[in-house]
Design a protein around this ligand. Structure first.
Ligand code: ATP
Ligand code: MG
Length: 465
């Protein structure tokens, strides 16, 4: 029943409560969490200021859909961390208490992926949201491990608190609920982010033993995000880095790729070197970085990749790997020629030798070989600036990438800058200027005779045979 007196009293109480809340906020500043839920601090929007508008359309549809069906659902991991750091997240992952089958039933376009640990991909136009069911870490004693303590299987479902505990860093273990705009924090990740600190959850030594890749993640994320490593998180790395040797090559490769394409490859590699972790990642990097010319070239290649990513241009892993290994190829090529092998044959053998040696350590997948070899094989052809050869080179689909590669070689001082300048001008010049630029084609008749015998062979173009 409507009672004006009651209404007035209610309004007065509500005004009073608001005043008290404001007073508390002023006295305790932004550090006081409003409430706790189980073991979690619940941080309200007023404190963290991450609005649901920062969440992608797909991730919001997924959390809304799951919550409407009666499940818990949160945006988790890197996305929450990045939003708190005022960075644009790469992607949005969702964690839920629904099983993969239950998730699939809620959405029209969803498929279950993965055999070891099943995830659901929910598709909204261009966007794919990865949804994982809360998982728990299995104690090293109960888990199946290798002889060094690396956990081989960790695919048990768990609850939200357990899901937070199995994550690596406190900053990566925050759960954001887009409908209430609250953050659930089980490990003080919010305070760590505000203090710009990356801290391992639990005992860092135990966590590195369970999964040595976490050492590389520590380096990558701290370099990429400009966060400092908490001393207890950083300390065990120096004495535990050998454990990286037991990680399957394919996993190391994935991590290496993430690092190189993070947009912060240069600071990442510097940090890896400072912590002497690069031995495990790319053993040849040791050798390469010790040659002054090699180091300069690799650093320039990393810098230009970072810049491409910053400009949202595509960055090709094959180009990067070709750059990382170039000075190895050069050295092998040179020594084979000195031993009397003919230049073209020596180049092919050098490429195979370097790729095989590298594959044994890092498992660069063979699918990159063709492009890497093409980039390497095209390099000597830039020296040929007479007759039809520059035109043929210019017409190749891979010209642009090979030219970018050449420019890095010029910049590093390995080849004369004049060569790069010539190609820069030639590719943009008109017909007349091109004709003027062409250099005398002294051995052309000999080459032409030979080419007519085997016209299709790419190596027939090499100047060095
Ligand atoms: P990025 O921005 O580079 O994607 P990320 O933290 O999101 O960084 P992902 O590899 O996408 O990294 O992993 C998503 C989340 O899964 C992490 O935030 C972390 O909570 C958890 N995670 C990933 N790898 C591990 C690991 N090796 N051990 C424990 N937790 C992990
Ligand atoms: Mg991520």
């Amino acid at each position: 029943m409507y009672n004006p007196a009651c209404r007035r009293i209610n309004a007065a109480i509500s005004t009073f409560l608001t005043m008290i809340k404001r007073l508390i906020k002023r006295v305790f500043g932004k550090t006081a969490p409003a409430r706790t839920a189980g073991a979690a601090h619940v941080i309200p929007y007023e404190i963290h200021k991450v609005s649901r508008d920062g969440i992608s359309y797909g991730a919001r549809r997924v959390t809304d859909g799951l919550q409407a069906a009666g499940f818990k659902a949160f945006v988790v991991g890197g996305a929450v961390r990045d939003l708190l750091l005022d960075r644009q997240p790469k992607d949005f992952d969702v964690a839920t208490d629904a099983t993969p089958e239950e998730v699939k039933r809620v959405f029209r376009r969803a498929r279950i992926i993965g055999r070891r640990f099943r995830l659901v991909h929910v598709m909204f136009g261009e966007e794919t949201v990865e949804v994982s069911t809360f998982r728990r870490a299995i104690d090293a004693e109960d888990a199946e491990t290798d002889e060094h303590g690396r956990i081989l299987r960790d695919n048990e479902f768990g609850d939200q608190e357990q899901d937070a505990a199995r994550r690596d860093f406190t900053a990566n273990a925050l759960f954001y609920d887009p409908s209430t705009q609250e953050i659930f924090d089980y490990h003080n990740g919010y305070a760590d982010i505000r203090a710009n600190t990356l801290r391992m959850i639990g005992d860092p030594e135990v966590r590195y033993r369970e999964d040595p890749v976490r050492m590389l993640r520590a380096v990558r994320l701290s370099a990429k995000l400009g966060m400092k490593l908490d001393p207890s998180t950083a300390a065990p790395i120096a004495r535990m880095k050998e454990l990286l040797g037991n990680v399957p090559e394919a996993r190391l490769f994935d991590e290496m790729l993430k690092l190189l394409l993070s947009g912060h490859a240069l600071p990442c590699i510097r940090k890896l070197r400072a912590m002497e972790l690069h031995h495990g990642m790319l053993p040849m990097l040791d050798v390469i970085l010790e040659q002054p010319m090699g180091e300069k070239f690799v650093m320039l290649a990393l810098q230009s990749t970072d810049q491409r990513i910053a400009e949202e241009k595509p960055a090709s892993p094959a180009f990067l790997f070709a750059a990382l290994l170039w000075h190895e190829v050069l050295a092998a090529w040179k020594s084979r020629q000195e031993a009397g092998e003919r230049p073209v044959a020596a180049m092919h053998a050098a490429m195979d030798e370097v790729l095989d040696r590298q594959r044994a350590q890092l498992a660069i997948p063979r699918r990159y070989d063709t492009v890497m070899k093409e980039l390497w094989l095209l390099q000597p052809r830039f020296e040929q600036r007479g007759g039809q050869r520059p035109f043929r080179l210019l017409a190749l689909p891979r010209f642009r990438a090979a030219y970018d590669f050449l420019m890095l070689r010029c910049e590093s001082g390995e080849v004369d800058a004049g060569l790069g300048a010539w190609w820069e001008e030639f590719q943009h010049a008109g017909d007349e200027r091109r004709a003027e630029m062409l250099q005398p084609d002294s051995d052309a008749p000999k080459k032409r005779r030979r080419r007519s015998k085997k016209p299709a062979a790419a190596q027939a173009e090499l100047p060095i045979d």
